[in-house]
Design a protein around this ligand. Structure first.
Ligand code: GLC
Length: 460
């Protein structure tokens, strides 16, 4: 006889499990939505042209500045591309406060400019200024690549307007103006010798970095972020991007597309949906969109488990008294799930201390077993959804027909830190691709945002 808690846990596990048919339906629907987005502007999964029209060879050289905005921290870095797929990076990081993330455009962009000023004061010597190829009469000495990891409709390599905010950012007056101009204005106010030369999504940066560091072996087709948010950029034939009109002789053969796959299947026709998913969505500023991201990425996994536990507690099945922490939205982050997932001790003592320190609650062994089952299914669902959408991408690109092995660059905290995540993605790929799964290589493209921004600034 199972206890009421065990029965309720099994029910959640069942609701969160994905059948092979669902995974196949997701892969197939991805192709439909991708093709629609390439054909028509304004689709919910927008397939945004990045205006990056070549992939690095590994031989690129130069020194650039990069600003990386889009996760939990703002990073400013200088990137030395040394050729031969090698680089050096010096970075400084500052946390982004809720006030910056939900205030005004001026507040955010002046903060970024101040961080650039401080970085220049601390790290930049005259040698760097001399190495900059574009020092000169314009007064702009440093070329800066701006990694701005949100959905941006670009009109060129260093111009674009925000479609909408994601990942908890909400600054209404930044939607409309050109985001590069917003940054340039604030840099100019501080009289900094910096020119915003390229606007890059982190996924585009990840793709370029992976291609650069694998010395241009030619088969890197995509860059994926599995971190605070999730998204992918990939190499598409320019001719397939019909919403840009027919290619002219001046156009290159390829166009890197920022898919914004966080917004895959916003209408839930193939994604399964539980009441907890709806509850998470209801708590976000971007309700009803980026639905796929809210099932998969790091920002949301902690909130999914918190709401599941709260629900069980309200039903009297776990924690006789909910704590203040359990009642507070967004208290738990993905490190909670990572700790719970990895506990292999007989008495689940890591879970005991993790729940106690994050939620201030004591647990029985039976409760800890349930919490671990819930966490494991949330993590597995995330990785299997990622695998299914990757298979959709492989279908769209016909990459397995074109190359003996297909290479994908990945970055992000979930991919890097969640225990067993990479192998769960591989399991998902095997379910859908059989032995062809072994022809897909997935490699970490660390520092993709910084190095990719530098590579873009170089071609800009
Ligand atoms: C969100 C953003 C997207 C970004 C991703 C990963 O989905 O909309 O632009 O690439 O997060 O950071």
């Amino acid at each position: 006889m199972s206890t009421p808690l065990q029965a309720a846990t099994s029910q959640v596990v069942e609701e969160f499990s994905l059948s092979t048919e669902t995974l196949r339906a997701i892969a197939a629907e991805f192709v439909v939505e991708a093709q629609r987005g390439l054909r028509l502007p304004g689709q919910s999964m927008p397939m945004l042209p990045s205006y990056v029209t070549s992939v690095p060879t590994g031989e690129e050289k130069g020194v650039f500045l990069a600003v990386d905005l889009g996760g939990t921290n703002l990073r400013v870095c200088s990137v030395h591309l040394d050729g031969n797929g090698k680089f050096k990076i010096v970075a400084s990081k500052s946390p982004l406060t809720k006030k910056l993330m939900t205030g005004t455009a001026e507040g955010l962009f002046s903060f970024i400019a101040e961080q650039v000023r401080d970085f220049l004061a601390k790290h930049i010597d005259e040698r760097f200024a001399e190495e900059q190829p574009h020092a000169g009469s314009t007064g702009h000495y440093f070329k800066l690549g701006f990694t701005f990891s949100f959905p941006v409709v670009q009109t060129g390599i260093n111009s674009g307007t925000l479609l909408r905010w994601t990942k908890g950012f909400d600054i209404p007056d930044a939607i409309g103006p050109d985001v590069c101009e917003l940054l340039q204005e604030q840099l100019d106010k501080l009289k900094l010798p910096v020119h915003v030369a390229a606007l890059v999504n982190d996924t585009v940066g990840t793709l370029l970095t992976r291609a650069y560091t694998s010395a241009g072996n030619g088969s890197t087709i995509a860059g994926i972020i599995l971190g605070t948010g999730t998204n992918c950029a990939y190499v598409e034939d320019r001719a397939a991007v019909t919403k840009l009109g027919d290619p002219t002789p001046a156009d290159r053969d390829i166009m890197i597309i920022n898919i914004e796959w966080g917004s895959f299947n916003n209408n839930n026709t193939v994604l399964t949906r539980t009441p907890i998913d709806d509850a998470v969505d209801a708590e976000t500023p971007n309700k009803g969109v980026h639905i796929f991201e809210k099932r998969v990425s790091g920002m949301f996994l902690g909130e999914i488990i918190r709401l599941l536990l709260l629900d069980l507690s309200a039903k009297g099945l776990i924690f006789c008294q909910p704590s203040h922490e359990l009642l507070t939205p967004w208290t738990l982050d993905t490190s909670f799930l990572s700790a719970v997932e990895s506990d292999t001790s007989v008495d689940l003592s890591t879970i005991e201390s993790t729940v106690s320190s994050s939620l201030g609650l004591p647990t029985t062994l039976a409760e800890r077993e349930s919490i671990q089952q819930l966490v494991k299914i949330i993590g597995k669902r995330s990785a299997y959804l990622a695998a299914a959408i990757i298979v959709g991408l492989l279908t769209q690109t016909k990459a397995l027909d074109k190359y003996p092995t297909v290479d994908i660059g990945m970055d992000g905290s979930v991919f890097q830190l969640y225990p067993g995540y990479a192998s769960m993605i591989r399991d998902g790929l095997r379910i859908l691709l059989g032995k062809d799964a072994s022809r897909v290589t997935i490699g970490l493209a660390e520092d993709g945002s910084g190095v990719g921004a530098a590579l873009c600034a170089l071609v800009a």
